[in-house]
Design a protein around this ligand. Structure first.
Ligand code: ZN
Length: 415
């Protein structure tokens, strides 16, 4: 899926976004929403729609030396149309490079200030000869629409879990396609299950898309019980969980719990008002319990926003592990209930119910034994299974297994 989406030139609006969403529709019955240019969305307005057909630079000998067709990162996203001849020094005012990484093409945008430009490897930039250059950008920037995709998967209650990924980057694999692909397959996984909660998946342009969705769906936000913004999920780095603004919401505890027991390196950071669309979901007027779960944190790895964030940078095994962590988080959320011990006066006799490992078994049965005792002790209607798992220092799965056994034995009620 990432391979199919990779070559498409996406931006915050335009046909690249539509084409990408149409591919997603092969996997999910996604609704595509079109918001007209100029629509007021809180303090912002839906921008003009940008489309690009062709863009290149010819050197003084007439040779095409930068070509959008070869790599869509070569063009400053949202470049206005231009066709002119100019000197090298005039051209340089419109060129963007990464001197610290001279072989890589940077990714640059100019959404809210009309401009044009090209991005290229610094090595190539330094070798440009003096003389007259010709630049050509066949783009359009005019009234149209802002496009996003939405998929709502109903559950037993209207309370919902919001998952969101940005869809506005051109050929960047980790910072775009990893989140889109993961959420698509997570939605397909959740379709197959009995769901206590409803799930909403948003595939939206970064910042303006989240602002637009929130402005148009403010009446639905009271149903959002938890959420995650998905991005950067295919690189080799350890996991990074950035807490919601609330800091101790159920999603924060569930994500941290799963990472703690997943057995791979991870890092938890507090909310900062910078990053991905959790910035909008966690703005004070909404303060939604939405965190951001990535592998490497944005802007902390050299491939970030460069041509090196390509299909060789993301690997199936890392995407798979990320997928498993997301799936496990949904399992914790779905299964996090409060139970009642039906025999709370002293411990029930577990041995005669076959629940006491008298001989002493392997470490797994020892852990289960402890989980049974913790569940019995804390199931007073006030502690959820996640509370118990945290207090007992064992995995949610183990606590859930113990609660299932106790329910079968008639010792526990709830859920
Ligand atoms: Zn980005």
């Amino acid at each position: 899926m990432a391979e199919r989406l990779f070559p498409i030139c996406r931006s915050i609006t335009g046909n690249g976004v539509r084409q990408s969403l149409h591919i997603l529709q092969e996997y999910l019955p996604l609704e595509i929403q079109e918001v007209p240019t100029g629509a007021a969305v809180f303090d912002w307005t839906a921008p003009k729609e940008w489309n690009i057909r062709e863009a290149w630079v010819r050197d003084p000998s007439g040779k095409k030396i930068i070509d959008f067709q070869e790599n869509n990162l070569h063009l400053l996203s949202y470049s206005v149309p231009v066709h002119r001849r100019l000197s090298l020094s005039e051209l340089k005012a419109h060129l963007f490079t990464l001197p610290e990484q001279p072989e890589r093409i940077p990714y640059r945008t100019s959404y809210y200030q009309e401009n044009w430009g090209f991005c290229l490897a610094h090595r190539q930039y330094e070798a440009l000869p003096d003389g007259q250059y010709e630049v050509f950008i066949d783009s359009s920037l005019e009234a149209g629409h802002l496009t996003y995709g939405e998929y709502y998967l109903p559950g037993e209650t209207e309370e919902e879990c919001l998952f969101s990924a940005h869809i506005c980057h051109p050929s960047l694999a980790n910072d775009n396609l990893s989140g889109i692909s993961l959420l698509t397959f997570l939605a397909r996984e959740l379709q197959k299950k009995t769901r206590r909660y409803s799930y909403r998946f948003l595939f939206i342009p970064g910042t303006i898309g989240a602002i637009t969705w929130l402005a148009r769906n403010e009446d639905k936000t009271h149903n959002i019980r938890f959420g995650l913004v998905a991005s950067l999920l295919g690189d080799p780095g350890g996991f990074t969980y950035k807490r919601s603004r609330r800091g101790n919401a159920e999603i924060d505890r569930a994500a941290e719990h799963v990472l703690k027991h997943y057995g791979q390196p991870y890092n938890v950071i507090d909310f900062i008002p910078y990053g991905y669309d959790e910035r909008q979901f966690c703005s004070p007027g909404f303060n939604l319990p939405v965190g951001n779960l990535t592998r490497s944190q944005f802007a902390t790895f050299p491939e970030y926003h460069t041509s090196a964030d390509n299909l060789t940078f993301i690997r199936p095994e890392y995407l798979q592990a990320s997928f498993e962590v997301y799936r496990k988080i949904t399992e914790v959320l779905e299964g996090n209930i409060c139970c009642i011990n039906l025999n709370p006066k002293c411990e029930p006799q577990l041995g005669r119910r076959g629940l006491y490992d008298a001989i002493g078994g392997n470490s797994d049965s020892k852990a289960l034994q402890m989980a049974l005792l913790w569940v019995l002790n804390l199931s007073d209607g006030e502690h959820s299974l996640l509370d118990i798992a945290e207090r007992a220092g064992c995995s949610f799965e183990m606590v859930q297994r113990a609660s299932g056994l106790l329910r079968e034995a008639g010792l526990l009620m709830g859920g």
